[in-house]
Write a protein that binds this ligand. Structure first.
Ligand code: CAA
Length: 260
């Protein structure tokens, strides 16, 4: 599909997906959400892509939230449908077989923070700012933020961020466990690419199973999660990648994974 609001660059098994409407700080309107849903669907099915990096165009923002100008005139029903549309994108990233890394280059507010939280982990620039300003607009986070933030950083810190609508900087976001690592602005994408390429060289079936075990395990009781992990662990012994990975270790050579 042709995209007008997204840029997609593919290299060495890594797809860099950039939300490209910097004039509105990459705000998420229905059109961008629709393109994101299609692009993620296509990238998940593209055998040349092993890892996705999600970022925003321009110097200022990753994504400054859902599009307030579009939301301003919505009815209650339209608001609910808009939230469900955004949530489909977040859930799609969580269910994809491939890791999605957020490279947060500037503001990640409201729906922008929700998009980042839907990724498997977040790298941030020192210039990044995080927050949920929804209550200052008379609404609450609607793209999964109330659920994903509390699961990621605990209820008390999620409550503080969501009830106050305040912004925190990258250092605080890192201290709170929202962000894995903070980089100088010019290092953010090279570092995200480096990590993505190192994951892309590994066995895609093992990575997909690990993502699946962690994500689904969070929705299970611990013993069910353990059983689920053991079944995925067992299935991997039927793959060529397991034979190759362990064979290469025994033969003291570098493994060449095929994703089979
Ligand atoms: N929606 C629509 N347009 C937005 C936007 C948004 N979320 N954020 C920024 N823009 C637009 C501005 O309106 C402006 O366009 P115009 O020049 O045409 O007016 C342009 O982007 C540049 O923004 P600013 O001039 O405001 O830039 P700034 O540097 O002065 O401020 C900012 C930056 C602090 C991020 C400020 O733009 C801002 O507060 N944006 C809104 C942030 C917000 O409230 N996000 C949450 C949205 S609600 C939500 O996301 C709900 C949900 O959970 C699904």
């Amino acid at each position: 599909m042709e995209y007008t609001l997204l840029l997609i660059e593919k290299n060495n098994g890594v797809a860099q997906l950039t939300i490209n409407s910097p004039q509105t700080l990459n705000a998420l309107n229905s059109a961008v959400l629709g393109e994101l849903e299609c692009a993620l669907y296509e990238l998940d099915r593209d055998n040349d892509v092993k890892v996705v990096i999600l970022t925003g165009a321009g110097e200022k923002a990753f994504v400054a939230g859902a599009d307030i100008k579009e939301m301003a005139a919505m009815s209650a029903f339209e608001g609910q449908q808009f939230a469900l549309k955004g949530q489909r994108v977040i859930l799609m990233m969580e269910k994809m077989n491939k890791p999605v890394i957020a490279a947060v280059n500037g503001y990640a507010l409201g729906g922008g923070l929700e998009l980042a939280l839907g990724c498997d982990f977040i790298y941030a620039s020192q210039k990044a700012r995080f927050g949920f300003p929804e209550v200052t607009l008379g609404i609450i986070p609607g793209f999964g933020g109330t659920q994903n933030l509390s699961r990621r950083i605990g209820v008390a810190r999620a409550n503080e961020l969501i009830f106050t609508g305040k912004m925190i900087d990258a250092a605080k976001a890192s201290e709170w466990g929202i962000v894995n690592e903070v980089f100088a602005p010019e290092e953010l994408l090279p570092k995200a690419q480096e990590t993505a390429r190192s994951i892309a060289r590994l066995g895609t079936l093992a990575i997909a199973s690990a993502k699946n075990a962690i994500a689904n395990g969070l929705n299970m009781g611990k013993e069910d999660g353990f059983r689920y992990e053991a079944s995925l662990f067992g299935v991997l012994f039927a793959t060529e990648d397991q034979k190759e990975g362990m064979g290469a270790f025994v033969e003291k050579r570098k493994a060449e994974f095929k994703g089979k």
